[in-house]
Design a protein around this ligand. Structure first.
Ligand code: CA
Length: 223
C-alpha cells in the first residue's frame, strides 16, 4: 500500500511518514500544494494525507482538482482544531475524512487503515482468505493461526493482494503500490516475491493469471 503525505510542516511530515513506514506502507512526501497535487494526479496512491493549509495551493483546491480529474483515492485532511468551516469545505471538496490538529499519530494511522479497507470493500480490520488472516491493525499475517514471518516487501505484496481479493492484479500495479517514486522499480522482482510468499503461506492461494498478473482467493471462492 502506497501513501502520499502532503504537509508543509517538515517535522510533522516526517513524523507521519515514519509512522506509516513503520506500519508497512510505502510513503511519498510532498511539502507544498502544487507538488502534492502533481504527485496525486500522476502516481497511484492507496490513500493521501493532505494538510489544508499549504503553500502554492491550499488543500481544498488540491482535493477539488483531483476529484475534477476523476481521481478517487481516499483523502484524509488535516485541519486546524477550531476551524469547523475548514472541515465542511474539505468534505464538500471531496475529502473522505479529517483529523484536527494537534492529533495523535495513532489516530491518523487508524483512519488511514479504515479508509484503505473501505475503499477496497472491507469493513473489518481483519481480512480473511481461506486459512490466511491479515491483521491490518498490527500489520501482521497468519496461516491457520500461526504468524507468518514476512519481510516488508512480502507483507506489502500480501496486503495488496488481500485487499484486492478475487481481482486480477497486474505486476505493474503491484510495483506501483509496493515502491515509492524514487525506488528503482523492476517488475521481474515481483515474480520472486510472489514465489517466496507462496512458499511461506504453504497453501496455493495466489493464482498466476497468464499474461495478466495474479489473483488471490480462497479455494471455495474460486469459480
Ligand atoms: Ca500547513
Amino acid at each position: 500500500m502506497r501513501i502520499l503525505v502532503v504537509e508543509d510542516d517538515v517535522n510533522l511530515n516526517r513524523q507521519l511518514s515514519d509512522a506509516l513506514k513503520e506500519s508497512g506502507y510505502v510513503v511519498d512526501q510532498a511539502f507544498d500544494g502544487e507538488e502534492g497535487h502533481y504527485l496525486g494526479e500522476t502516481e497511484p496512491y492507496d490513500a493521501v494525507i493532505l494538510d489544508i493549509g499549504l503553500p502554492q495551493m491550499d488543500g481544498i483546491t488540491v482535493v477539488e482538482k483531483w476529484r475534477e480529474a476523476g481521481k478517487g483515492m481516499p483523502v484524509l485532511m488535516l485541519t486546524a482544531r477550531d476551524r469547523w468551516s475548514d472541515k465542511v469545505s474539505g468534505i464538500d471538496a471531496g475529502a473522505d475524512d479529517y483529523v484536527a490538529k494537534p492529533f495523535h499519530v495513532e489516530e491518523v494511522l487508524a483512519r488511514v487503515r479504515a479508509l484503505i479497507r473501505r475503499a477496497a470493500g472491507h469493513s473489518s480490520s481483519e481480512i480473511i482468505c481461506g486459512p490466511v488472516r491479515l491483521d491490518t491493525k498490527a500489520s501482521k499475517a497468519s496461516v491457520d493461526g500461526i504468524q507468518l514471518k514476512l519481510t516488508s516487501h512480502e507483507f506489502r505484496l500480501l496486503s495488496y493482494l488481500m485487499h484486492h481479493m478475487g481481482q486480477v492484479v497486474s505486476r505493474t500495479e503491484l510495483v506501483e503500490h509496493m515502491y515509492d517514486q524514487d525506488f528503482d522499480r523492476d517488475s521481474n522482482t515481483i515474480e520472486v516475491f510472489v514465489g517466496r510468499l507462496r512458499k511461506k503461506i504453504g497453501v496455493d492461494l495466489i493464482e498466476t493469471v497468464r499474461g495478466l498478473g495474479y489473483r488471490m482467493q480462497a479455494p471455495n471462492d474460486a469459480h
